[in-house]
Design a protein around this ligand. Structure first.
Ligand code: ADP
Ligand code: MG
Length: 321
């Protein structure tokens, strides 16, 4: 199977399948030409980002292709959620060691499922041979000036997170289990099928002062907001939202683990105190308050006696440890 046959068989149909649901989205021309064309309405800003996943670095060797398709798009779309953007279209640069049909079928199925669920259409890409690597560029739109950024946190704002933290990171030790027990299976679900918080991000446009998605761990990612905003914060370790499965598996170390572990793709946001009452009513418990922004730079932790945690921030490709 050649490059063009591969595109025709696995990727062009997916692009067609998602297109009808998205007509009017702004994608004028998709797969098949030299470039795709996206029209951005006059009152909108284009929000875009690229993410690369390398086999053995961002996902395990021999990882299930269907999960990989979902995860790759979910991880990229999570950046749009963190900006409060509405997804429109994406491109896929795919480097493959071989044209393995079973692999391609699984990968394309996972990618198509994710595209349908997140409302984002495949607009084009590039296909090459080499070590398994994926780069996805995602495009979204946001009403002019309303994108959520990292640099808007101010003293007194409440620090909040969505969902529950630590599950995806805790799943890593069970990745090769052939028959995981109930708790491990629920953690694995969070690793394999992350859910970008798109609706929440859009709802937060008018409420949050800053936002980030948690890919490298709460500690590391909240620090990005604090540094970009020129502020600090204190968070309460006991306030971190944790799943019952994580609590059972990690015991007294659960909150410390959740502070450092990545791959959850929840949102961490800051909300001005005077907006919190209205925000929490409207968002119906999708956010948990875990701390408050302060003038003094740095991230401080309130922890109860007996809580096990370290001060090491999350994953960094180039840090020397
Ligand atoms: P060019 O040589 O102009 O870069 P290509 O031969 O790389 O074009 O690609 C042909 C068409 O197929 C283009 O429209 C491109 O966007 C699309 N395409 C290539 N690879 C992929 C892929 N993995 N997924 C989706 N579309 C792809
Ligand atoms: Mg090309």
């Amino acid at each position: 199977m050649g490059e063009f046959e591969l595109i025709r068989r696995y990727f062009a149909p997916m692009a067609k399948a998602t297109k009808p649901a998205l007509d009017g989205s702004g994608l004028l021309l998709g797969v098949g030409d030299d470039c795709a064309i996206q029209r951005v309405p006059a009152n909108q800003d284009l929000v875009f980002s690229v993410d690369t996943l390398v086999e053995g670095v961002h996902f395990p060797l021999g990882y299930c292709p269907r999960f990989l398709g979902w995860r790759a798009l979910a991880v990229a779309v999570s950046d749009l959620a963190a900006m409060g953007a509405q997804p429109v279209c994406f491109t896929l640069a795919l480097t493959l060691p071989a044209a393995d049909e079973a692999w391609l079928e699984g990968f394309a199925a996972g990618l198509a499922e994710a595209g349908q669920q997140f409302g984002i259409v495949l607009a084009g890409g590039d296909t090459t041979r080499g070590p398994l690597t994926l780069s996805l560029q995602v495009h979204g739109t946001v009403p002019q000036g309303q994108a959520l950024r990292r640099d808007g946190a101010r003293e007194g704002d409440l620090v909040c997170v969505s969902g529950q933290l630590g599950d995806a990171g805790a799943a890593l030790e069970f990745l090769y289990d052939t028959a995981p027990a109930t708790d491990a299976a629920s953690l694995l679900q969070r690793y394999h099928c992350p859910q970008p918080r798109l609706e929440l991000g859009i709802a937060l446009r008018s409420m949050a002062s800053a936002a980030i998605d948690i890919s490298d761990g709460l500690h590391a990612d909240l620090l990005h907001i604090l540094r970009a905003s020129g502020v600090g914060a204190t968070i309460d370790l006991a306030a971190l939202p944790l799943s019952p499965a994580l609590r059972r598996i990690k015991g007294g170390a659960a909150a410390g683990f959740a502070l450092q572990s990545g791959d959850d793709y929840e949102l961490c946001v800051t909300v001005p105190e005077q907006r919190w009452a209205a925000a929490s009513r409207e968002l119906q418990q999708q956010l948990t308050v875990i701390g408050q922004v302060q003038q003094e730079p740095g991230l401080r932790l309130n922890a109860d006696a007996g809580m096990v945690y370290s001060q090491r921030p999350g994953f960094d490709h180039f840090s020397i440890t």
